[in-house]
Ligand binder design. Structure first.
Ligand code: ZN
Length: 355
């Protein structure tokens, strides 16, 4: 039986209900995964088999070596970001629950992913995104047939989506099934046969960080690994939520600087912030906050080795380079989003680094 559970007070609700947060205390819920059935099925996936109702072939992304880094090419998912893993599960829940119109807020990638999986499943979808998101991202949301509503900022997009009552809100910033979709990255890494010592993970809403953590935690529970590895959160300059809670390393980020490049990391209203802080303080010595110059230089370096990522992913690589000076061993760098959504549209800030 797959139930959603409140990590704070233990209340459980059916996955087919329309709760994303605890009806009693308001805490965002998690799926209480039936690990027995996962083990019985041979641990081919950490997602309970009966929960996945729609797919576009997401997951099982390549892992390539570069210096002492292992680059997990998450931008090779169907719509060009790791968000496809989560969107597959969000839309699966909508199908199970019988929701016909769903509402999401996004900086771009999650909107594209949700629009694509909703199209695949035949559901209506409305996406709220900031008007200054990269044009390539906004155009793709519309190309999949979603209704696009723009807002003045990433945070305003979130607030407007919550107010919209014309459908069921499934925002990835709270949706528990979205996090379930991410967990298999942990399984893919552990079963790849490649040894690693730490990971870096971008944090905006925290879905990748929380999904990795939950994945590794479940792998510990079923005895496939001994402990959860070090996972270092990475944020963009001017948009850090974690620095007031955790030791912070700034890379080229002054007090008043705000990143123009890391458009996927600009959310500051983070419903799962306490959950992220609680876990990050167990598995990371610090948070890394990266400024635009370091992002641009890292972007250029990744393109120079043939890896077309978006700027927010380059922020994570910039952080990984710092981490590799602080510790020995191999670091997993999930490259979360594709640069192909950016290149056809000229962009003054970006062009400085790429052209
Ligand atoms: Zn609760």
């Amino acid at each position: 039986m797959n139930m959603l559970e409140c990590p704070k007070c233990g209340v459980t609700v059916d996955v087919k209900s329309n709760h994303h947060v605890c009806p009693k205390c308001g805490e965002p819920l998690f799926l209480s995964t039936d690990l027995e059935s996962i083990v019985k099925a041979g641990v081919k996936s950490l997602i309970p088999g009966n929960l996945k109702k729609v797919t576009l072939g997401e997951g099982r992304t390549p892992l390539i070596e570069y210096r002492n880094f292992l680059l997990k090419l998450e931008f090779l998912n169907p719509t060009g970001s790791f968000k496809d893993r989560g969107a597959a599960m969000t839309v699966s829940r909508a199908l199970m629950a019988g929701w016909t119109t769903i509402i999401e807020d996004s900086s771009g990638n999650a909107g594209i992913a949700t629009a694509a999986y909703a199209a695949r499943a035949g559901l209506k979808v409305k996406i709220y995104a900031p008007a200054d998101a990269p044009q390539g991202k906004l155009r793709l949301i519309k190309a999949f047939g979603a209704t696009l509503e723009t807002a003045r900022s990433r945070d305003e997009a979130h607030r407007k989506a919550l107010e919209d009552k014309e459908g069921v809100y499934v925002g990835h910033v709270v949706e528990p099934l979205f996090i379930e979709g991410i967990k298999d990255i942990a399984l893919e890494l552990v079963t790849s046969g490649v040894k690693f010592d730490a990971l870096v993970a971008p944090v905006a809403a925290g879905t990748l960080f929380l999904g990795l953590y939950k994945g590794f935690e479940e792998l510990v529970k079923i005895g496939l690994i001994d402990s959860i590895p070090t996972i270092i959160p990475v944020e963009a300059c001017g948009y850090s939520k974690l620095s007031k809670y955790l030791k912070t390393v700034n890379i080229g980020c002054g007090d008043t600087d705000r990143s123009l490049l890391a458009d996927a990391l600009r959310l500051t209203i983070v419903p799962r912030i306490k959950q992220i802080v609680e876990r990050a303080s167990k598995v990371s010595p610090y948070v890394v906050v990266v400024g635009d110059e370091a992002i641009g230089e890292s972007l250029k370096e990744l393109y120079s080795i043939g890896v077309p990522v978006e700027p927010s992913s380059a922020a994570v690589y910039a952080a990984a380079k710092y981490v590799s000076k602080e510790m020995s061993g191999r670091i997993i760098v999930p490259l979360t989003g594709s640069g192909l959504k950016y290149v056809p549209v000229s962009n003054e800030v970006l062009d400085k680094y790429l052209f």
